[in-house]
Design a protein around this ligand. Structure first.
Ligand SMILES: CC(C)(COP(=O)(O)OP(=O)(O)OC[C@H]1O[C@@H](n2cnc3c(N)ncnc32)[C@H](O)[C@@H]1OP(=O)(O)O)[C@@H](O)C(=O)NCCC(=O)NCCS
Length: 292
């Protein structure tokens, strides 16, 4: 059996939804972005067709003024897995990126996703870093530290200025949000600011912690999705508590949070949640530098 790779069209929508229905017990985000990917000129949304149906998809999105290719949404219908379709589509998207003269390609995946990591190796990607992710459906409120400076909502431009005082709090100078990643620049902060709100705390005029979050709405429920950067555990826990307050004002209890792995053990011990939480998930950022 051989597949034909083609640019996806609105008329492929039903096949895309059929693939997505089987992904992560129906919790896939693809249905919420597929129309955008089909229409956005920066998106190169491709699929593999077999037996008259699209059975695998993957998107290459041009970001950072067209210098970076962001790879996302790689999915193969369960009936067609293990046949090399993901490998073929990945190779195809990498060749596309080469033909566009991009400087680099990036994507994130979970450390548990062996197939995705194998694909990265096959296509010449390297690990940039790993971050921790936890989620909780209904966490108890994290106690506020009375001594911690106040956390303020700030604009992307103000965030950029404040980060100049302590750029190292952003791990590797790369902003990770909702399993996506952009370099820490004003332009990218403004891009993230289209959906997320930024919260920052300073100590002696220096940025001490930063978070940015937004309400991620899935078909069955909403999550407050946040990334937290901090110099220490106190800053991390305070930002988390702040995000819980912001989320609960919007009627959202469930939270998903990305943060540095070095804090995971201590954070887990300090929040003391007993049930319903998921820890130990790792987000891996992968990158391929292109010739040029
Ligand atoms: C991940 C996914 C895209 C792989 O699709 P696929 O067409 O079955 O993959 P391929 O047949 O091209 O295999 C690619 C490599 O992964 C390996 N692989 C495939 N499924 C695997 C699995 N479940 N566990 C471990 N390795 C696996 C293959 O052996 C192959 O490696 P090899 O060349 O060293 O043998 C598919 O399982 C899927 O849609 N999963 C759900 C969504 C997802 O996780 N997307 C990717 C990250 S966002």
């Amino acid at each position: 059996m051989s597949a034909t790779i083609k640019r996806l069209l609105i008329s492929d929508r039903d096949d895309i939804m059929e693939i997505s229905r089987h992904i992560w017990d129906g919790h896939d985000y693809l249905p919420s972005v597929a129309d955008e990917w089909l229409n956005d000129p920066n998106c190169h949304f491709y699929g593999s067709e077999m037996n008259g149906h699209v059975v695998a998809v993957g998107n290459l999105r041009l970001v950072e003024n067209g210098q970076t290719g962001w790879m996302e949404g790689l999915r193969v219908h369960p009936d067609y897995r293990g046949k090399g379709l993901a490998k073929e589509l990945t190779r195809y998207l990498v060749e596309k990126a080469e033909s566009f003269g991009l400087q680099r390609l990036r994507y994130t995946t979970a450390n548990r996703n062996s197939a995705s990591l194998k694909l990265a190796k096959m296509a010449g990607f390297s690990r940039v870093f790993t971050l921790a992710v936890f989620w909780h459906l209904n966490p108890k409120t994290v106690p506020h530290s009375e001594d911690y400076p106040s956390i303020r909502k700030v604009s992307p431009a103000r965030t950029h200025n404040l980060l100049q005082t302590n750029p190292s709090i952003v791990f590797h100078e790369i902003l990770v949000y909702d399993w996506k990643a952009l370099d820490n620049t004003l332009q990218n902060l403004e891009e993230i600011g289209k959906t997320h709100k930024f919260y920052i705390a300073t100590k002696k005029g220096k940025a001490d912690s930063l978070s940015f979050g937004y309400p991620r709405r899935e078909s069955t429920q909403a999550w407050w999705s946040t990334t937290v950067y901090a110099t220490d555990l106190e800053g991390l826990a305070s930002q988390l508590a702040h995000n819980q307050v912001v989320a609960s004002k919007q009627g959202i209890k469930s939270i998903v949070c990305t943060f540095e792995t070095k804090f995971e053990k201590a954070l887990r011990a300090s929040v003391g949640w007993e049930t319903g939480e998921h820890w130990g998930i790792r987000l891996v950022l992968l990158e391929k530098r292109m010739r040029s």
